[in-house]
Design a protein around this ligand. Structure first.
Ligand SMILES: *[C@@H]1O[C@H](CO)[C@@H](O)[C@H](O)[C@H]1NC(C)=O
Ligand SMILES: *[C@@H]1O[C@H](CO)[C@@H](O)[C@H](O)[C@H]1NC(C)=O
Ligand SMILES: *[C@@H]1O[C@H](CO)[C@@H](O)[C@H](O)[C@H]1NC(C)=O
Length: 365
């Protein structure tokens, strides 16, 4: 605020001075023009800068959203609000208008509905007649195990938007992109060997069983609610990057369900030890030498512990896990803006009739 009030104050001062001069010399025509002329660009400038709405991108009028693709987000996902009209600036996706304003329902090309916010009796879904051109998009980023199966979802949606590769609009939690420059990557300095941050603990999780066995063979530094060691958001990155290895253990094992638990350590320069779908599945998304898979070690679990201890002593072997960083960098999806922009991009380019009638069978099997 202070930044802006200063220049405008001085503008006012100059303006007043000029107007005063104009008043005093008003009767002298030539002098009037002499003073008025130089002041007009100033006046112009002031008039323009008072037009605040001009620079706010998400004020759309009837005319300029006319030929934009309109995507209506029916409910904020988990109640989280976010800056939505960043498709052009952040993702180079043009021609999109994303809104939560339900008065756009009849004009919306797509309606995005987040599964976890749908009421069990479906009573909070749109009720008025669906325009013929409108597609309903089912959005979900949780695994089937952590997603309640709701009756009545078949024959309702047109498109799926999720982490699964076989979704109509697919978006994993992260992805690798080629780097612009080739540079050796130097991992940040480490003062911990194996770390794990976990909030959601259940003894039935595969990862809990694995951990209970694994911890007998190697020292694991644990954090998070599950261990009564809550960490603030700002401490997450420094902790993960100070560990040589991070246990990227998914809460449930499902094809393609590979979350930020993998992509965060990858991007921070920590080697992930993954537990989730098969190694083949991971290798579709990231290079094979970017991570260690628990399945690489059959029985006993000590093999993995021994291997990590070996890597701890052998710097060259350890650094081998960062070779891929010469050519790629990690992109972590920006929830939820990137997803609604992707949905819009899809609608812009594919306008054929489409129904997805067996959602239940597809997602929960
Ligand atoms: C909107 O549509 C008009 C004509 O239908 C076209 O000339 C114009 O380029 C379009 N604007 C955008 C931003 O696509
Ligand atoms: C949408 O159109 C229907 C008629 O087809 C109308 O009953 C409804 O009120 C309209 N909704 C909005 C939000 O304009
Ligand atoms: C979307 O799916 C519904 C339900 O199957 C169907 O009635 C509707 O015609 C579809 N709309 C489009 C635009 O594909």
């Amino acid at each position: 605020m202070n930044y802006f009030s200063k220049p405008s104050k001085s503008f006012h001062k100059i303006l007043r001075l000029v107007l005063l001069s104009v008043f005093i010399l008003g009767c002298i025509v030539t002098a009037f023009f002499m003073y008025y002329k130089p002041s007009s660009p100033l006046l112009n400038h002031l008039l323009q800068s008072s037009d605040c709405t001009k620079n706010i991108p998400h004020v759309y009028s009837e005319t300029n959203y006319k030929n934009m693709t309109i995507v209506l987000l029916w409910m904020w996902p988990f109640g989280q609000t976010y800056e939505m009209n960043v498709c052009s600036s952040a993702f180079n996706i043009e021609g999109c208008f994303i809104t939560v304003d339900r008065k756009f329902y009849n004009k919306s090309d797509g309606v995005v509905i987040h599964h976890r916010d749908i009421a069990g009796d479906l009573s909070n879904l749109p009720k008025s007649q669906r325009p013929w051109f409108q597609k309903w998009i089912w959005m979900n980023w949780e695994s089937p195990r952590h997603t309640a199966r709701l009756p009545g979802l078949n024959n309702l949606f047109n498109l799926t938007l999720s982490y699964r590769r076989d979704s109509d609009i697919k978006m994993p939690y992260g992805f690798l992109v080629t780097a612009n420059t080739v540079e050796d990557f130097v991992p940040p300095s480490k003062d911990k060997l194996v770390c794990w941050i976990v909030s959601n603990w259940s003894p039935n999780h595969v990862r809990a069983k694995y951990y209970n066995e694994f911890k007998n063979h190697i020292n694991i530094q644990t954090f998070g609610r599950a261990f009564n060691k809550h960490i603030a958001d700002k401490d997450y990155n420094p902790i993960v990057s100070s560990c040589k290895f991070y246990l990227a253990f998914e809460n449930s094992v499902h094809e393609d369900y590979i979350t930020e638990k993998l992509y965060n350590p990858l991007s921070l320069g920590t080697v992930p030890v993954v537990l989730g779908p098969t190694r083949e599945n991971y290798e579709i998304f990231v290079p094979r030498d970017a991570f260690i898979h628990v399945d690489d070690f059959k029985t006993p679990k000590e093999l993995l512990a021994d291997y990590l201890l070996l890597l701890d002593k052998n710097e060259e072997l350890y650094l081998g896990y960062f070779k891929w960083r010469r050519h790629f960098k990690v992109n972590i999806v920006k929830f939820w803006a990137e997803l609604t922009c992707k949905a819009c991009d899809y609608l812009r380019h594919k306008n054929e009739y489409k129904a997805f009638n067996n959602l239940n069978k597809w997602f929960w099997g």
